[in-house]
Design a binder for this molecule. Structure first.
Ligand code: UDP
Length: 324
């Protein structure tokens, strides 16, 4: 297939690019390098610098490169806490970006999209394990903007000849086994647990703040469903092949059916190093439990996460050690 990967220089996008190239596909990357990095661009992929909120950038790309079988979209802002402080940036980048992309896909007759959505669309889930049909009720602008995009894509598929695959990611972490790509450890504003605990394990950061131990969970700390970025990338490849084989559009959770609390993540990381931590106050916008049912992904794509929590922690620590 010929794939356009929007945001292919970023953390998750670059892992998909590696999987596409391992599977012998042609890859064009389009990225504004706001959070992505040129070092993540695979040598066999072609790179275009540009922004999806900029119509001219997209028109220029799609006038030069054509006949894409599928467009993958990763170019979004995705930090919950930042979205609580700067909601309009999230509406502009995430919603306007996807609107401009869809408009140009229609204009240039590209009719398959794989879109990255998030567990944050569920908000505070009404049951412990989220299923795709559950009520969506985001409690932060990040989740809200992703839900708007999901709806926009669905409406476009209703009126245009557009097929879509929407993936709702749970907590993505870890790095490629080659250790050539991984999480952006140079970013000074880290908010995610696994990169932060990795830095504590390596002595780069003094301690971890555990955001609240008074949640209604087994040990009082929040529970999340952690999925290795390579498993996630493989699901995207399967999803694209599924659409290219003529199957219907789909919306699927990508997670493991299993959750770990913050204290359990600390315990699992202690295998590699001493972890200093301190209980601090709750972080705004954090639901207590988010776990994915992945039954539908298993059924529709025959996908299963193969890597475990220890693979996530290990690749995260090894990659961070390598680059810093
Ligand atoms: N968390 C924490 N300390 C940190 C970062 C995160 O206790 O320094 C907690 C956070 O409250 C949440 C879980 O770890 O319960 C996962 O947070 P993360 O930001 O990685 O992902 P999110 O689920 O918010 O997308």
């Amino acid at each position: 297939m010929k794939a356009l990967v929007i945001g292919g220089a970023g953390y998750i996008g670059s892992h998909l690019v590696y999987e596409l190239i391992r599977d012998n596909h042609e890859v064009i990357i389009f990225d504004n390098l706001s959070t992505g990095n040129k070092n993540n661009v695979h040598s066999k992929a072609k790179f275009y610098l540009g922004d999806i909120t900029n119509n001219e950038d997209l028109v220029s790309l799609l006038s030069k490169e054509s006949n894409f079988d599928v467009v993958f979209h990763f170019a979004a802002k995705l930090i919950v806490s930042e979205s609580m402080e700067k909601p309009l940036e999230y509406y502009y980048n995430n919603v306007e970006g996807v609107r401009t992309l869809l408009e140009n896909m229609n204009k240039f007759k590209l009719n398959k999209i794989i879109f990255s959505s998030t567990a944050a669309v569920y908000g505070n889930p009404i049951k412990d394990i989220c299923e795709e049909e559950d009520l969506t009720n985001p409690i932060n602008p990040y989740g809200e903007t992703k839900l708007i995009c999901e709806k926009m894509i669905k409406w476009c598929s209703h009126v245009n000849n557009l097929k879509y695959g929407i993936f709702r990611y749970f907590n993505v972490a870890g790095g490629d086994k080659s250790l050539e790509i991984g999480y952006d450890y140079h970013n000074p504003n880290k908010t995610h647990l696994i990169p932060i605990i990795t830095e504590v394990a390596l002595g780069i950061r003094e301690k971890l703040n555990v955001y609240g131990n008074d949640y209604d969970t087994r040990d009082g700390t929040c529970i999340r469903d952690y999925i290795h970025v390579t498993d996630l990338a493989k699901a995207h490849l399967l999803g694209a092949k599924h659409l290219l084989s003529g199957n219907d559009s789909f919306l699927l959770n990508l997670g493991s059916n299993n959750g770990y609390s913050v204290l359990e993540i600390i315990e699992a990381t202690k295998k590699y190093a001493q972890i200093n931590y301190e209980i601090s106050k709750r972080r705004e916008g954090d639901p207590s439990i988010l776990i994915a049912s992945n039954e539908k992904a298993k059924e529709v794509l025959n996908w299963r996460p193969e890597l475990k929590l220890d693979d996530i922690i290990k690749t995260s620590i090894e990659y961070c050690k390598k680059i810093l």
